[in-house]
Write a protein that binds this ligand. Structure first.
Ligand code: HEC
Length: 221
């Protein structure tokens, strides 16, 4: 019974001290903003992605993942975006606007912020593998006015002058050929977000101009 007054104030008396109030207030605000601005949106996006993913969704193969790593290492995203913005100009030029579920296998996503070259996210099947090899080895061989750098280290040159892609080269092209495949498989119905009106959707799905026609002076591919 020595310290009755303390007992009487209860275990929480130290919480009422100014330092404690400041500390708890500070940590509490951080916690609330972490939950409200970080955790909840992430959980919600995760759910949305799960719901929106089409049944035909194909994850990246091991080779495509390897190619994705090469793509990151070579800094292709400094010049190429991988994100079709939800604007008419972008949809007409590249195809359906990007959706969150398309990026579920990619981390860190290579969205990019500059377009020195065209967006690559709807690239699957646009050119042949051989076109890509020739283009990566020497971009000027397929697009004479190209300012894209060449990537000779993705190839080996034999004595007789023949050039073959390395494993990294084939993996990179496998990755490029997978870009947009899932959106194509899923068909236009998953591109029916509220922000694309009916008319816009038909316009970009039907008479959609070929993205390649819009790059002046491009040779066949
Ligand atoms: C310095 C900027 C730059 C960098 C870095 C760059 N590119 Fe390009 N890329 C371009 C430009 C400009 C074009 C358009 C002319 C052409 O086709 O070469 C282009 C075109 C392309 C095309 C043809 C796209 C289409 O729709 O016809 C592909 C594929 C491509 N780049 C892949 C890559 C890959 C893969 C890398 C990384 C290994 C890369 N680029 C790095 C500038 C760049």
């Amino acid at each position: 019974m020595a310290d009755r007054s303390r007992d009487h104030k209860g275990w929480y008396s130290h919480l009422e001290r100014l330092e404690s109030v400041l500390l708890l207030g500070g940590v509490g605000s951080l916690l609330v903003s972490f939950i409200a601005l970080g955790l909840l949106p992430a959980l919600e996006l995760g759910e949305e992605v799960e719901e929106a993913t089409p049944a035909s969704y194909q994850s990246m193969t091991a080779e495509e993942e390897h190619g994705f790593a090469v793509y990151q290492r070579e800094g292709c995203a400094y010049c190429h975006s991988s994100f079709v913005r939800s604007t008419d100009a972008d949809r007409q030029r590249f195809g359906p606007a990007a959706e969150a579920w398309e990026y579920q296998d990619q981390y860190p996503q290579q969205w990019g912020t500059r377009r020195i070259g065209p967006d690559l996210s709807r690239l699957a099947g646009v050119q042949s593998d051989d076109w890509h090899y020739a283009h990566l080895y020497d971009p000027r061989s397929t697009v004479p006015e190209s300012i894209m750098p060449s990537y000779p280290w993705l190839f080996t040159e034999a004595e007789d002058g023949s050039v073959t892609p390395t494993r990294e080269g084939t993996a990179l092209v496998a990755y490029l050929q997978s870009l947009g495949r899932n959106m194509e498989e899923a068909g236009p119905q998953t591109d029916g977000h509220e922000d694309h009106g009916e008319a816009e959707a038909t316009e970009s799905e039907n008479g959609q101009p070929n993205r390649l026609d819009q790059l002046d002076g491009r040779e066949g591919h």
